[in-house]
Design a binder for this molecule. Structure first.
Ligand code: OGA
Ligand code: NI
Length: 397
């Protein structure tokens, strides 16, 4: 990883300030190449991501709906999720108040070039890189050692205590959802909770001011999340988040007090014909299940030929009228959890496709690259690595 001093990111304007200045054109660094622009005929405005009632997940039909949502979309909204509306409203209000502060105030919590925590533009690593039409405040939350307390805003008052409370609730929701997701795979509900160890939790608040030429820019480049699950709270102003489905971008329409959930790279099931057990979900399980449990899970998993879950690409678009705010929580395995395919399931016909790595390594890799679709997940695939012999990389030998 390049040190901060080596990273030259050039002039990065604050997009809220550009908007405040009444700018009618968009600086070149924000203008996307043709294919990468949000307009065009590959937006499918009529489709909707599934809506899951968390309170009903003890029922088979709702659990089945969740399974289908994971299989077919990798994205869904949750209602009846148990988090109080008032807390969601308060978090949104305080986040918005923070972004409305004068720039000098926000710059008291600066994101270092190439860094990921604080206020600024994340994922900027070079002078010629296209920029997103977005301001961000990103903070590590759990475990305590990833926190950078100096970057937690002291204004607005109550920001910190509300974020603490909010994060506890969201963490509980992530655990509940992962328990249900495990069930949809025929695994014991505690499987992911156990294997993730002391899960990593980070929050990113994204603020998208109106843009004079929304058809030329992206609010957030297409990417998949480096988490296991992501919980996104969005304001009611307008649809800005878009999810890829069958090659088309589907907008996620806000539902009052619903939360948008998506599966991240840690839960990815990858190669089309590989056994499910070589999937990302299984890579995590490797570290914690006894062989017997693993064999039982594998036996079930093989039946679930379509039971492969994917981390799905998404992006954010802007518009010329309204700003938009999202509060996004990333929940991922502990950094030291070792991931790698199970030796029992690697054969000549099904060669080992993933090298052994831990989430910390993956996370470092993820945050030191610009957002670019699902390229970061290539990291885990053995055929991308040419310098080391497979047996050095793979946990299967
Ligand atoms: C993210 C993300 C989308 C949005 O922060 O990873 O996908 O609508 N955000 O803000
Ligand atoms: Ni995302």
């Amino acid at each position: 990883m390049a040190s901060e001093a080596e990273i030259k990111i050039g002039q990065v304007d604050d997009v809220q300030e550009l908007h405040r200045a009444g700018l009618e054109t968009v600086p070149d660094r924000y203008i996307r190449d043709g294919d990468d622009r949000p307009g065009g005929d590959n937006v499918c405005a009529l489709a909707h991501i599934p809506v899951i009632d968390v309170g009903e997940l003890t029922r088979d039909d709702e659990l089945n709906k969740l399974r289908l949502a994971c299989e077919e979309w990798g994205f869904f909204q949750v209602v009846n999720h148990g988090i109080e509306d008032e807390l969601l409203d308060e978090m949104e209000k305080l986040a918005r108040e923070f972004f409305m502060l004068p720039l000098e105030e926000k710059e008291k919590y600066p994101m270092a070039p190439g860094g990921i925590q604080g206020y600024g533009h994340a994922f900027v690593f070079s002078e010629d890189q296209k920029l997103d039409w977005c301001n961000m405040l990103a903070l590590g939350v759990e475990p305590a050692f990833i926190r950078q307390p100096k970057l937690w805003p002291t204004t607005p008052a109550k920001f910190k205590e509300t974020l603490e409370k909010y994060s506890v609730e969201i963490r509980g929701l992530c655990r509940r959802l992962l328990a249900h997701i495990a069930e949809t795979l025929g695994l014991a509900p505690g499987t992911f909770g156990d294997l993730f160890g002391e899960a990593v939790q980070a929050v990113r608040m994204n603020f998208y001011p109106p843009c004079p030429r929304p058809e030329l820019v992206l609010g957030l480049s297409a990417h998949s999340d480096g988490s296991a699950v992501t919980v996104l709270q969005q304001d009611m102003s307008c649809a800005g988040l878009q999810v890829i489905k069958d090659g088309a971008w589907v907008p996620v329409h806000p539902i009052p007090h619903a939360l948008v959930i998506n599966l991240g790279d840690s839960l990815e099931a990858s190669e089309i014909d590989s056994p499910w057990f070589l999937s990302g979900a299984a890579m995590g399980i490797r570290a914690w299940l006894t062989d017997q449990q693993a064999l039982a899970a594998h036996a079930r998993a093989q039946v679930l030929t379509n039971g492969r879950y994917r981390s799905v690409e998404h992006r954010a678009v802007t518009n010329s009228e309204q700003d938009r705010l999202s509060v996004v929580t990333f929940y991922a395995p502990a950094y030291d959890v070792e991931l790698g395919p199970l030796p029992e399931f690697v054969t000549d016909e099904a060669p080992c496709r993933y090298r052994r790595f831990n989430h910390g390594e993956y996370s470092r890799h993820y945050v030191t690259r610009r957002l670019e679709g699902k390229k970061t997940l290539e990291f885990a695939k053995i055929n991308q690595i040419t310098t080391a012999a497979p047996e050095e990389l793979c946990s299967c030998k």
